[in-house]
Ligand binder design. Sequence first.
Ligand SMILES: [Zn+2]
Length: 641
Amino acid sequence: MLRPLLITAALLVAGCSQPEDPQTGKTAPQATPAQKVESPKASGDLPESGVDYHSFANPDQFRVQHLALDLAVDFAQKELSGTATLELEKKAAGATELRLDTRDLDIRLAQALQGDNWQDTSFELKTADPHLGAALVVQVPDGARSVRIEYATAPGASGVQWLTPAQTAGRQHPFLFTQAQAIHARSFVPIQDTPQVRFSYEAVIRTPEPLRAVMSAELNEEKSSAGEYHFAMPQAIPSYLLALAVGDLEFKPMGARTGVWAEPSMLEAAVREFEDTEDMLEATEKVYGKYRWDRYDLLILPPSFPFGGMENPRLSFITPTVIAGDKSLVALIAHELAHSWSGNLVTNASWRDLWLNEGFTTYLTNRIMEFVFGNDRYRMEMAMGYDDLLADIKDREDRDEIMAIDLRGRDPDEVFSNIPYEKGSLFLYEIENKIGREAFDQFLLGYFDHFAFKSITTEDFLEYLDKTLLADHADKLDRARIEEWIFKPGLPAGAPEPRSDAFVPVEEQRAQWLDGKLAADAIDTSGWTFHHWKVFLDGMPEKLSSEQLAALDKALDLTAVKNNEVAASWLKIAVRNQYQPAYQRLEDFLTSIGRNKFLRPLYRALVESGQQQLAQEIFEKAKGGYHPLSVKVNSQIVYDQ
Ligand SMILES: [Zn+2]
């Protein structure tokens, strides 16, 4: 995801665009060790490489090869119900039990395919762990190749958001979307919910007319009709990339392989904003190898989507808050697209290894921005990412600054901070600087090909590095330093410090204004994009006087600014200093947007500046429009839970 806007405690974090403020919820999940999956033992008090501590699945006994879903969508009951048919590969002679992950599923029946006949088989739903859900143990008779589970989801399923018409752009029809990363697929499909298991899938989704379904899969137009949509995903994916959305959706192409799905009222603006997507795709392919997922479409979600984006294959899920009118926030699209290589093609084997997904993707995002928008934009994006990283390092505990993070006993959504994203990217940038861009691009091309459609651990990466870059560039690279990057907190001494000259005049003017040497209406903002505005505002001191704020607001019209990123930065300043003229905007902002990246810092700023009651009042008005994850995370903030 792009950093998920912080979803912590639950889904929020996962999305994938940048970590949108991950942070952690306060309750640590209990450690329920999960099983290990074929891996070497690590000594000492460290997590074992290759062990997924967040899944009950037993792929060393049976491994899911293919999933066939047949689900009906019921908006009135907030329920998906039907069957999941799992084709299995038996990995151990004598294996009799298939262990699946579930969370809050109502399991109604289990059957096994014996010969050509489906026969009932026994199953047991184990006691639920608060963070991991419940293991479903299904008896697999000797010779059975497939198992079918009949089930229904719970209305509060952690991976499914049901929106009322009022929560959509069009306000006429309900909407639903899923968010499976990190471990929420289990709340809508009984599955081996671990990134170590990849499977192809097909689905039949039955929707109330006139709503249509889209998935992270190819639509089979011939079989589909109004109210019944057939999908096939021939490429094997991990469970966290299963995705479904249903709503009043229309499609418009942008290029030969790219297009946009959105509610009708948002479609044209989205197509204009993201019209460079095809160029991004082509430019990325030239350097990192063929795009292997056929199509790359975008689904624009309603404003309550808690993340920036989620890299569901073939169909990235995107927040509408990046439709800024000037393409200034399209790095998010580059990010989700980059996941088509780093993440979706070469996948982290467990959430400890998330930096392999997000660090590589953040590095690629910057490069894609340079391919399409040039070097100045590249430098700005890098410098801003670096600032985010420094801020996170300042705030976090040492154990959370380690790229290969120990998540035993914790909710994997907590891992979505700037560490796997920006520290991972900076690490790769250092290697690029040391061996040269050409050699590093060559390495990445080979890496994506070598591990295509595989799930790998941090140690798999290191072993590959030993055979490639460390062997070829022994004079320039040092394994001890690489291990320091991956396994130690903070940044190694002498780490790169990306800077952009474009921000120098911005910072100078801010300093002059703060010193009283430059009037607010004399600040030269010509040519500023959101990048400059954000740097200008985020570098302000904690305290400003109401006269200063009023002058700035009058000169720069900040309370009325349309760009959501800039608005969020300004509103944070307004809250810290209790600048009342911005408070109506603050309330409008918090009640109209569900992206956690924006919500969380504002609610926090309210509470930390002694305005907890106001935080609660606004939250109560707004929460009906938030994703369950955003509700969870932000209610912890406003109620001190
Ligand atoms: Zn991501």
